[in-house]
Design a protein around this ligand. Sequence first.
Ligand SMILES: [Zn+2]
Ligand SMILES: [Zn+2]
Length: 1011
Amino acid sequence: MFASLPDKPDHPALEHEILAWWEADRIFERLRDQNRGRPKWSFMDGPITANNAMGVHHIWGRTYKDVFQRYKALRGYDQRYQNGFDSQGLWVEVEVEKSLGLGSKREIEEYGLAEFAARCKERVAHYAAVITDQSKRLGMWMDWANSYLTFSDTNIEYIWRFLKAVHARGWLYKGHRSTQWCPRCGTSLSQHEQTGDDKYEELTHPSLYVRFPLLERDRESLVVWTTTPWTLPANVAAAVRPDADYVLTPEGEWWAKELKGERVAVETKRGADLVGWRYRGPFDDLPAMDSIEHRVIPWEDVSLDEGTGVVHIAPGAGTEDFELSRIHGLPVLVPVDESGRFLPEFGFAGLTTEEARDPIIAALRERDLLVEAGEITHRYPICWRCGTPLIFRVVDDWFISAQEIRQPMMDANATVEWTPSFYSKRMDDWLRNMGDWNISRKRYFGLPLPFYPCECGMLNVVGSRAELEERATAGLEQLHELHRPWIDAVPISCESCAKEVRRIPEVGDAWLDAGIVPFSTLGWENPQWVEHGYANGASTGISGADLPDHAYWEEWFPADWVSESREQIRLWFYSQCFMALTLVGQSPYRAVLAYERVRDETGREMHKSWGNAIEANEALERMGADVIRFLYCEQIPSQNVNFGYGPADEVKRRLLRFWNSVKFFVDYANIVEFEPGSAPAGDLQTLDRWLLARTEQLVAEMADAYERFWAPDLIRSFELFVDDLSNWYIRRSRRRFWNGDLAALWTLWTALVRSVQVIAPVMPFLAEHVWRVLRADDSPASVFLDGWPEPGDRDDALISEVAAVRRVVELGRQARSTSGLKLRQPLRRMVVQGAGPAESHANEIGDELRVKDVEFGLVDAMEVRVKPNLPVLGPKLGKELGPVRAALAAGDFEQLAGGGIRVNGHELGANEVLVERTAREGWALAEEDGVTVALSTELDEELVLEGRVLDLIHRVNTMRKDAGLELTDRITLTLPESEADLLQHEEWIKDEVLAVEVCLERVIEPQIAKA
Ligand SMILES: [Zn+2]
Ligand SMILES: [Zn+2]
């Protein structure tokens, strides 16, 4: 006996049950044991940031990871299943600062770096555990005890080694640059971090027109426009466009003609003629302005679209300004410190750029330099981590030159199989345009950059902990992990002059941490396997990960497949590609699946503050993991997914159809105590052979979709199959199930078990549950231990025959609905045209549509009316249009293959005419893609009577159900005397409603009683 099923699955309850069983029976471990030593499939997990609980947006990617790993496991591949956690860098720091209430770098230092590092580690350990639990709840099978954490000493050492290699090639340099700077985080940010729409916000800033009085021209001024008043105290020059015209207004102001207009001009000059003019700066009284000579410089890129055509230049506070300073030898004045506060020599001491705004405007007004003050709302860059508006600062940062590696990276990318394929081009675009890699951050809890510059000019780069220990001059005794502050207390001796040198204070970009994992976690060039060797330093006690040896790396590198969101093109896909090309000259992955973003169900971004965000835990418990996984798998990866309870309910509703089919099987199989077996019991009918062929087709289609990493096709194939199974096979075989037909039961059982096997990676819980209900006693306990189904013979001709039958039936139903005849009304005749393969199934079609005669042939029950498509034909035919139109109206034309028409000696294409097909009187029509179905709608007495019998049968069966009768219960049926004529079909009625007797009495409605 099969365990009976409730009417609906309770997804969360069922999932908890399966999770507990998987754990108790060690199903995952048994699967790994089963596949160990077999061919390998290498998946490399991109580390998830262990900094907060998982959101529903993380589930999309984690679903993919689990789906394809489960599929490959069914295929028998040996896999690593190592999960990764990103565990250091700005994101962790910012959250810890928030939780400790620290507002600046000074406060972190007062709090103490050792304590701060301890809090960062605690946070990571906590959220690594939270994410692990959530991922298990999703059904993700990973080797959770051996997750890698990127803050381990081993990971750090591998990055050191990479940096040393980069230095040996001469790619490492310290750059003096103007960079985007977050005043709250106190660090510069790099190009790849700041790319993307969400790194901007609509902000309102002042819009100021400011006079710069000219020294040699009495009562004349340049007028500049600025939205960053805080940069004015650092002004050193004004730029004009040499080839543009400038006009002097009656008020004595110089503007670009294009922006002021000609009307007001007192005098006109070329921009080139303004170059060299000297002016008085707005804050010349400041100490910083001693010896600064302000002058006009030329710049081709001055915009004539907005502003005044004269651009205020402050090289210490803008990227282009800084570049211009190099060309024109301008002094570079940086007016603010790293927290964005004014330095004393620039006035406004201690104020932030924001706080200084009003005093600066007041000072300009007081000096009569303000022409106009307004406001502007524009897109402005904000910190990717904390959302603070960025400023520009000129600072020293460390860079890796990308020039030499660019082409090798592009060549390697050409070998990678991207899904969706156009992302390959996105990667190319990024590689083509990437600047040098800014790897330094002026922060605390991150990869310590192993750079020890010496005043002798030598840049010492330490490549390993062993090297550090060998060269250290002090501090080793307190170095329990390679993080600040401990690492900072270990000076080394200079390789060149032996003087004691100290590490620079900077830490590294977090994408170095993630980019190195194809080497660090796989033991690249490591001579000997070290048990728990990866789980050292900060990750001691959190993870048990080993450090494998080089032979292992060779087995598992490069990854066969990686999958992350599309934005990782410029982040993880980029950084690991950069590092792999540098170290071994090869792409670290063979295939990539990338995907877009998660939105709410109306398509809006999800934000906690908007109230439309959904917690992952809540979603998992309210929707069920399978439902979420199904929903994400259905999504086209290159489009944003709309996620919410509405779409989830829709998925549940669809899954119910499959559930109902299983339940149907179980209910009827139990009646006859059907025993599953490998051979059919009884003779198979055509319909059985069709379902078996259709099941083979499903298995093949699913394999194909999995192999292409294209999840939407998994869902599509599965749902089409379930539709065939439930709306054709079961529908058409109901009577056989009532009769306990063993061949039908065996066929349905086989189809259900196979379909469960192939959908299991997508919805592991429901599939496992159904497997456990249906499986034969001699098959494995878990669907995941049974492997991928072996392909069998497949009758493709039969599949296309039945597909044609289903199409004809569908059209037949459409035709009926246009005629207003209900489905239960039998009809006399139908004609089918254009569905040849269905011809041998005429009886089935007639049965399904309740039509007595089904003919295959030309449908002549149709009138075709053709009108000219005037906008197209008018110009083409000119004067000929009139006669053609008349001939068409008279029906004097010939239809051509392909939808065209021959009329009056013209051949008109399908797009040149409008064709309308209507049924002749007494017929209902439907057609699609060359198949036409015509139903005769004429009724006679016999047909009407049969219609009434069918209505009665339907009604009585509904009454049986409402009365709670078992499927096998027999009844007696009592009919009103007025329905006596129905007894002409007494046997038929008895048969359909399981009645042992039908009698007539003086009742108003039919009545039933259990016999
Ligand atoms: Zn920030
Ligand atoms: Zn030296």
